[in-house]
Design a protein around this ligand. Structure first.
Ligand code: GUN
Length: 285
């Protein structure tokens, strides 16, 4: 039987601590942290993420602006919005919710965000900082995963971490963070041969595939720590589910996260932390 790590509870206590810190900001620096979120279209997943971000901003005491635009918005108009947010000295963080409609060049939009307002950690400069071990904004989901491992005081050094998925948002940066903590890291992907023989070697298994119930019990070593990053919709039940077949993997694992209530709340919590980091840089400049 595994211990189910509640990202929701962990995020809740971290947000309470952040709210305490934020309370003193107005007096110390004359204003509160301000996060601006841009939501294009009405993708249900994105709408729900953005609602979660708005709620978290309220909980920790930030100013939040959500700019909602139809999916017919042009790339130029979107870039103009980012330009004015970049120039606004009262905005600390800018987040463009992904995915964007196909006619918009996502990378161009993301890279238009000023690097010191890039709370997602997606700007080239922040990505480079991560790979060169320099100070910078670390993207939220990978940072949240490391915080989950630290919450159980898991000794990462020397352990074999297997990451399934090589995305820029999760797979690649979480692999680098684990490597920096002296784990031995294997990155698996859709072309990996005999995936199960590799995942079975994992002390830490991070599933970031985006496929419901992809990780089954036969792919997991006894006593592994299993981190489920997936956010999928189960087509039979219409419920949110992860990449891990929880019911059969949980008895084999020592620790496991659940979907929902696992990595997701920690991603939002780290977004709040990144916004504070940007804010403190701005007010101390
Ligand atoms: N869509 C899914 N995950 C993310 C994320 O971490 N950041 C942004 N901006 N969009 C997302």
């Amino acid at each position: 039987m595994a211990v189910v790590i509640s990202g929701k509870e962990l995020a809740k206590s971290k947000k309470i601590r952040m709210a305490e810190e934020v309370k003193g900001f107005e007096q110390a620096y004359g204003r509160l942290p301000h996060l601006a979120v841009i939501l294009v279209g009405e993708d249900p997943g994105s709408v729900s993420y953005v609602k979660g971000k708005e709620k978290a901003c309220e909980e920790v005491g930030f100013i939040n602006t959500t700019i909602r635009k139809p999916d017919t918005i042009s790339e130029e108009e979107l870039l103009n919005i980012i330009d004015s947010l970049n120039k606004d000295n009262l905005v600390d963080g800018i987040l463009v919710q992904l995915p964007l409609p196909k006619h918009i060049h996502s990378e161009k939009v993301i890279q238009a965000i000023r690097k010191d307002k890039d709370v997602d950690g997606f700007h080239f400069a922040n990505v480079a900082s991560l790979y060169l071990k320099q100070p910078g904004i670390v993207s939220c989901t990978p940072k949240g995963i490391l915080e989950i491992l630290d919450s159980i005081s898991y000794p990462i050094e020397g352990k074999h971490a297997v990451v399934i998925g090589r995305s820029n948002i999760v797979g690649m940066p979480v692999s680098k963070l684990l490597l920096d903590r002296n784990a031995t890291v294997t990155i698996c992907h859709s072309r990996t041969k005999d995936l199960a023989s590799i995942t079975r070697q994992a002390d830490i298994l991070v599933a970031a595939v985006g496929r419901a119930n992809f990780v089954t019990a036969d792919m997991v070593k006894d006593g592994a720590v299993v981190i489920d990053v997936g956010v999928n919709r189960n087509l039979e039940t219409n419920k949110l589910c992860g990449d891990v077949k929880f019911a059969e993997v949980e008895p084999k694992a020592s620790y496991i996260t659940k979907v929902p209530g696992g990595v997701g709340p920690m991603t939002i919590c780290c977004l709040m932390e990144n916004t504070i980091e940007c804010y403190l840089k701005h007010v101390k400049e």
